[in-house]
Design a protein around this ligand. Sequence first.
Ligand SMILES: Nc1nc2c(ncn2[C@@H]2O[C@H](COP(=O)(O)OP(=O)(O)OP(=O)(O)O)[C@@H](O)[C@H]2O)c(=O)[nH]1
Ligand SMILES: [Mg+2]
Length: 407
Amino acid sequence: MQRSYSRLLGVVGKPNTGKSTFFSAATLALAEIANYPFTTIKPNRGIGYVRTKCVHTEFSVNDSPKNSLCLGGVRLIPVELIDVAGLVPGACEGRGLGNQFLDEICRADALIHVVDASGGTDSEGRLCKPGENDPVEDVHFLEQEITMWIASILKKNWVRLTRSSEADSHDLIGLLEQRVSGLGIRRNQILEAARKTGLNVEKATAWSEENFVEFAEVLRRISKPMLIVANKVDLPTARPNLERLRKLDYTVVPCCAEAELALRRAAEHQLVQYKPGDDNFKIMQPEKLSQNQVRALETVRDKVLSVQGSTGVQEALNLAYFKLLNMVAVYSVEDVEHLSDHNGRVLPDVYLVPHGTTARQFAYLIHSDLGESFIYAVNARDKKRIGEDAVLENQDVISVVSARRRT
Ligand SMILES: Nc1nc2c(ncn2[C@@H]2O[C@H](COP(=O)(O)OP(=O)(O)OP(=O)(O)O)[C@@H](O)[C@H]2O)c(=O)[nH]1
Ligand SMILES: [Mg+2]
């Protein structure tokens, strides 16, 4: 059995806050961007990267990555993102692109909520006077919509079920699990929500409307961890709102998605030297840039990078993976002396796995055969053997020794 630990990050929020700009900046995939609501209708899926320090410098080797990239000591590990249509109030009852949208975002394992920190878009995503809209309200509204959506799925036809004679013979946890499986919610998360709310799932037939909402709210927090991207921080009205957003019980990342998109595109064409997440950039080919382009890039440096330390896009992806989802990065090699695979590639693969993953679970992830015939693993740092239950740490370099050779 091969186990995959891949996770999907959902870029969500009301219309016109810069979700597709964030998505394009993170993935360099083409996505339509415009200053009116509902530019995105069909979701965009793409590959972005989390940024980690590559271990090749520590081990003093030259690496040849296979499943990831190494740019000057920075190891970029691919992760999947989905950018969806904007959500408007009442979406859970079908307003806007309502239900379809909610179904899509609920497939994500963690949510990156992009708000317009400048307060220049109203609750429906229409442009308004900068500073007029309150992004703190936007945060509460999104929480509410997702909670009500989960609640509505949980309690669909519930009354009829509770009246039926079969109700007693039903495994109610199994039934609830079945209902929310399409939202990527797992049984252990249902049980955790039951524990946290003190509600008895075995007696869910007697739950009131309020019980369902309370349960859905806790289930949302457990199953869809979220961080706030305070976008458009380049605009003057964003500053006071940023401070207010920081008082909420969320990780808040100040962001200028537009700046990251400009830098990534310029770097792609070798016009600037810039790695996602850097706090500065260098113009490489000034002769190929117009005066306006140079001015725009310098504004990014002055107004965004020197003030915030980065554009915030990379930071948001890293926080989503390492903080919200509690993942660690673990390298896999075959030969612990040369840190290579059987083709001689040095430090070829690094995997993102949940904190708590054991050596044997890691072996299963690489290949089911390796998991099944696992004997022991070796930690490349101290060359010591570790057993199947040893918990792996961030930046570990591991070689699995099994009864069968890898193919
Ligand atoms: N000033 C500023 N404007 C931005 C920033 N990011 C995006 N925008 C602008 O905000 C507008 C909306 O951007 P989109 O990326 O299309 O927004 P969206 O959230 O995907 O919108 P929908 O698909 O309609 O929901 C565009 O005019 C962008 O250029 C930013 O960091 N700063
Ligand atoms: Mg969009």
